[in-house]
Design a protein. Sequence first.
Length: 362
Amino acid sequence: MISISLCMIVKNEEETLARCLDTVKDIVDEINIVDTGSTDKTKEIASGYTDRVFDFPWTNSFADARNESYKYATKDYILYLDADDVILEADQVKFKELKETLDPSVDSVSMYYDAGTDEFGNVTLRYRRNRLVKREKNFRWYGDCHNYIEVSGKIINSEVAITHKKVRHSVGRTVSIFETKKQRGDAFSARDYFYYGNELRENGRYQEAIESYDQNLALKQGWAEDKIFACLFKGDCYRYLNDKENELTALFQSFNYAPPRAEACCRIGYNFHRSRLYKTAIFWYELATQQVPDPDRWSFIYMAYYTWYPHLQLCVCYYNIKDMQKAYEHNEKAAGYRPSDPSVLYNKELFAKMIEEGTIKP
């Protein structure tokens, strides 16, 4: 059986660190914590789990800190987590099975990252990351922020998921790292422009975000998946700016890189929905319900667009064109994912009266 070193970088994580370590301590064989300047009880908490707690001055680069943490690993494989990540019980079981059965010739194991979960326990955002890597390969991290580890060799995709449980959102911190890069005159890659656009969008700087996404799209280099979402997120920015025409143009632009996905179809449907073009909206929402996310896809998968969201919107659209039977059926499908959703419950009450009257069939 392989052995695993956990390597983490932390700073002021007293609220979440113990929660994280409690979910992984029985899986790994070694815990290495690199602290980048905590002023709270983070190091004290870490010391309750391991004597391998190290200091590293923050250099404004997450890659620098992660590479430093990997220097302390002594086991066969390295696992990384952030302090606000957890491994849920079902995934702990899967992880232990993986550890017991992993072929030592594997160089990297990807795992799902469930970056968001709604109040009903549904995953809202999922993508893959190279999470468990062979130590002797000396794989390196790159990028000051939104960093990535560059791996090669034999890579397998596992069914294990790491779940992100953020306590609060750090507004502005990552934007400042990108802006420091700009002030230094650093060259931006297509990836940099994409993630800088994301940070600008999340901080409400929509016009600047659009410009950054356009800079990503103007470069031939870069991952096609980033370009797909650059188009979709650009569309979101135009929606926030109440510019429906450019919003729709940006959304259709994503088809230059891939066939329609549910993330695009639902956004296009909502554009027509807001204009009360319900039959056109229905076309796009129905198309979304036909899409199935690829389990091996590495880019963002927003699960709501493949599950409850298009059904709830179809309920509204069919109601507005007076097709109550289909409106009821789609509300029931949405209820399968979000049974206590206030909108679903309101609709159920409305349709219950129609069932009593015989207007629709249950």
